[in-house]
Ligand binder design. Structure first.
Ligand SMILES: [Cu+2]
Length: 155
């Protein structure tokens, strides 16, 4: 930087030094802000690309009256399954009040998600196979073919 001595008491600083110092700090703040903002804006795209997806990251599963998206989720046996359950419906839905569920009977998994809420859940599936997951709190519940999906557990 400069060969100036650090200013201990701003009141004793020679005139002219303070504005320079302040504008340097301002520029730094703007630069940091711009980098942070672009990273924030790009992050969803980067995440979608799969480049930055790690094994421990939760898989997003959107749930609405039209079903689960995706409705097939593949995992490996014995590994912790991490899901981000995203409820797309609001509370004005008369059927079930906008709540949805992610349940797998065989694995004793039963999570409920409030309207427009997002929850991260985890569980483990030890035995390979195909498991039915469903929501039983809206539009006919389990009887509604839309409210089902498959968890495919690979060996
Ligand atoms: Cu539902």
């Amino acid at each position: 930087m400069s060969d100036r001595k650090p200013v201990q008491n701003p009141g004793e600083a020679p005139s002219g030094q303070q504005p320079t110092r302040r504008s340097f700090v301002t520029f730094g703040a703007i630069a940091v802000g711009a980098v942070a903002a672009s990273g924030y804006l790009l992050w969803p795209a980067l995440r979608q690309s799969g480049l930055f997806r790690t094994a421990s990251e939760a898989t997003p599963v959107a749930i609405s009256m039209s079903g689960f998206s995706p409705n097939v989720v593949k995992v490996r046996a014995g590994e912790t399954v991490r899901l981000q359950l995203i409820n797309k419906d609001n509370s004005t839905h008369s059927d079930g009040g906008g709540w949805h569920q992610f349940a797998i009977d065989e694995l004793k998994v039963d999570f409920k998600v409030a309207p427009l809420d997002v929850v991260e859940v985890s569980f483990t599936a030890d035995k390979p196979g195909t498991y039915d997951f469903y929501c039983n709190v809206c539009c006919g519940g389990k009887a509604n073919p839309y409210m089902h999906g498959q968890l495919v557990v690979e060996a």
